[in-house]
Design a protein around this ligand. Sequence first.
Ligand SMILES: Cc1cc2nc3c(=O)[nH]c(=O)nc-3n(C[C@H](O)[C@H](O)[C@H](O)COP(=O)(O)OP(=O)(O)OC[C@H]3O[C@@H](n4cnc5c(N)ncnc54)[C@H](O)[C@@H]3O)c2cc1C
Length: 409
Amino acid sequence: MPSSKNSYDAVVIGAGIAGSAIVKSLKNNQISNFLVIDKGLGPATQTSAHGEALCHPYIGRGASRLQRLTFMAFNEAKAVWAANWCRSGVFHLPRTQDGFDKNIMSERLLTQGFSSEMAKPLSAIEAKEQIGIAAGGTFFPEGGWVNLQQACKDVFEELLPEQKSWATEVKLIQRSKEGWQIFGSDNHLIATSKRLFLASGLGVKDLAKSAGIELPLKPVRGQLSRFRFSKDSSWDEAKPKVALSGKAYCLPPQILADGQYEWVVGSSYDEVVEDLSIWSDSHDENKALIKEMLNHELVDSELKAVGAFVGIRCVASDRLPIMGPVLNQPGLYILTSLGSRGVMWSALASQMFTEHLAEEIHHSAFLDARFFAGARLAAAGLTADLAGALLAARFLAGASNSKPIFPSA
Ligand SMILES: Cc1cc2nc3c(=O)[nH]c(=O)nc-3n(C[C@H](O)[C@H](O)[C@H](O)COP(=O)(O)OP(=O)(O)OC[C@H]3O[C@@H](n4cnc5c(N)ncnc54)[C@H](O)[C@@H]3O)c2cc1C
């Protein structure tokens, strides 16, 4: 039997940006008897060790689920991660310039709910003048990037020592009469909790499996290159004034004390690879992609790699995040599969969990059949079908069937 010392109202496994988002939701509901467990020596030691995660809404061809969700998630991200938001503006370039038409893009953006302040299509001539890039695209003035590691540190610094347990690897979870039991190595019972949040990135796959839940998650390796170039190089003439996104992404180059520029450019995308070493092939790939985007005569050898961030994204088979309660598993919640959109999805999840938990507390019951959106998020466009598209239940026929069911869109 657990002693009252290790019995909690909530346990969160994982102290990356997903775990940080959940901590915010618990605190928003005045839940303080919680414990965050991570196998690292502190917060954000894995994929959320990322210092430059870009954020802007997705532009689809129509109002797809992804487009509607990112439209909302972007607004939530600006609020949830406000203290860590570096607003530079983001210029988004289409995959190809063929057929890019500023007027058609303007109409499309309006039908997707963007005002002309939120998203501004620019012709190649306008972009050259305003952004420094001779290619058409869409400028998001409020777009920017977040230092994920700092955002996590800020969240965990505010917690009491007894609310966090570092260097603790969870091996198994199991539901019992007392609640969720969390075991470490040698079947050591770490904690028992009324609510359990799995926020351990790719690690959710094994933990969920230990409770009979099969999720189609896979690793995708990514490398963000740190390049340098000098003021008299060809790259200086082509450098952007704001962050760019498209086939690749980059931050605006920063000038160093020695007059050189340092430039963060990413990110390679290697499916089912978990190697964290720096690859020169990935530097070459990032260089080639950004070169295509800049649309300028550039000399490869003038851009030199000086370092990199390498991380493993967790991605679900339908590329959407998994968030919310788990059907027929009262008190179990998941937040993972944030893919390349950790900033936006963690923020949306934080707000949704805040409203969902408030509703559960109000009813004194677990609401595991749906992810509850309160009045504010519902008014912002979070319809039941969108909230449902995020649930783990989309992959589960019944409570513990291993055959995934894919959403229709
Ligand atoms: C190269 C690259 C570029 C990216 N660019 C962007 C970008 O521009 N914009 C953007 O929004 N996103 C970007 N991302 C994605 C973003 O970094 C991730 O979505 C996000 O960091 C994932 O956070 P997480 O909390 O789910 O996972 P993690 O940060 O990996 O956290 C999971 C935590 O769980 C712990 N853990 C795992 N298993 C266990 C266990 N069994 N017991 C205890 N603890 C456990 C780990 O130690 C870890 O701390 C990028 C990712 C990469 C790799």
